[in-house]
Design a protein around this ligand. Structure first.
Ligand code: AQP
Length: 340
């Protein structure tokens, strides 16, 4: 099984990225051929200042390594180091209905939040589909917000194969029948961790770098504490039962506490006797228990910049990751050169 996914280097990575996606990246590196990338082309939609873009790319690499990604098991690379992705992005775009992009939920959400969209944001799902299809990935670990994009990637792979591969029949995608050809682009499947499909931010919306509502994995202690203490709650008194479990604080505790500890929280939440301040302190403790080791590893890596630099240099060579591209790329090139 080939596993592939990425995160944008568009800001400091947060616990939504971890629980929704990166935790699975680390688990899956033992279960197949794993490729993970830093989506630095995507990040250009929001980060254009060279120094910051570079710093956030390094920070993303550091985050992957600190969370336990093992470069001997998984290939880590920068999206921009494989230029073919930009070529496939364009070719794929020739079969993408504009109406699909217009109904993309994450695009509509961002526009509704007042972000003024450029073409890059509008066409983001096409580049994401190229990211996946280029490497013939089987499984793509992502958060729930990305499911629609994976469905698009599947639809567009079928469209591409139908349009460009002679003898391809969508009813026989592997080309088993006589006279049929297999598709060139393989249909991927989303791999979702249901318990953390959408991690809420401190304001209750989806935790997102662009909403400024995150708990950063490697944030400063003071800022982290301030953010946890400002998680949106109502004004229920300490002794009273909490009126709803549909609250970001409740969801974050459920995500971060071991099941037995969460059962106690759940009981007092429903019965009353504890205030939101206590729960917030508990969440801060849980944060440190969970991410303490990764924060420690990050400090060690930072203390040895030579080691990180060597790693980044090696990753840039990217020799293993070229293998799957090399399988698909000559075939699509010959289909296209037949046209010019
Ligand atoms: N709140 C979340 N809950 C669950 N999963 C999440 N992911 C992001 N936020 C949550 C998952 O993390 C992976 C990498 O995401 P990304 O950084 O490439 O893009 P994103 O989803 O757009 O994340 P942000 O923070 O919202 O970034 P901006 O604000 O720059 O767009 C993905 O698998 C995503 O599902």
């Amino acid at each position: 099984m080939r596993i592939l996914s990425g995160v944008q280097s568009s800001g400091r990575l947060h616990i939504g990225n971890y629980y929704g996606a990166m935790r699975q990246f680390v688990q899956l590196q033992d279960q197949g051929e794993a490729y993970y990338f830093i989506a630095n082309y995507h990040a250009l939609n929001t980060v254009r200042e060279p120094k910051l873009a570079q710093e956030l790319t390094r920070e993303a690499a550091l985050t992957y390594l600190s969370l336990g990604l093992d470069p001997k098991k998984a290939v880590l690379f920068r999206q921009s180091d494989v230029k073919e992705v930009a070529e496939l992005y364009w070719i794929l775009g020739t079969v993408v209905p504009q109406s699909n992009l217009e109904r993309a939920t994450s695009y509509k959400d961002k526009v509704a939040q007042g972000i003024s969209p450029d073409f890059g944001l509008f066409a983001y799902p096409v580049l994401m589909a190229a990211d996946i299809l280029l490497y013939s990935a089987d499984a793509v670990p992502v958060g729930k917000d990305q499911i629609q994009h994976i469905e698009f990637a599947r639809d567009w792979a079928v469209k591409f194969n139908t349009q460009y591969v002679p003898g391809y029949d969508p009813a026989d995608p592997e080309g088993k029948e006589r006279g049929h050809s297999p598709g060139l682009l393989k249909l991927p499947a989303a791999h979702i961790q249901e318990s953390a499909a959408t991690v809420p931010g401190i304001d209750g919306r989806k935790m997102s770098k662009s909403y400024g509502n995150t708990l950063e994995l490697f944030g400063e202690e003071k800022d982290l504490k301030k953010r946890i203490m400002s998680i949106k709650t109502d004004s229920t008194p300490v002794e009273a039962p909490k009126p709803t479990t549909d609250a970001p604080l409740y969801d974050l505790l459920k995500l971060m506490l071991p099941a037995s500890e969460f059962a106690e929280v759940d009981a007092t939440w429903r019965a009353g006797g504890k205030g939101y301040g206590d729960y917030k302190k508990k969440l801060l403790e849980a944060f440190h228990t969970t991410f303490g080791p990764a924060r420690q590893r990050r400090s060690e890596l930072l203390a040895d910049p030579g080691e990180l630099e060597r790693f980044l240099q090696d990753a840039t060579l990217f020799t293993r990751a070229y293998t799957p591209v090399a399988q698909t790329e000559p075939a699509w090139r010959s289909l296209l050169t037949a046209r010019w």
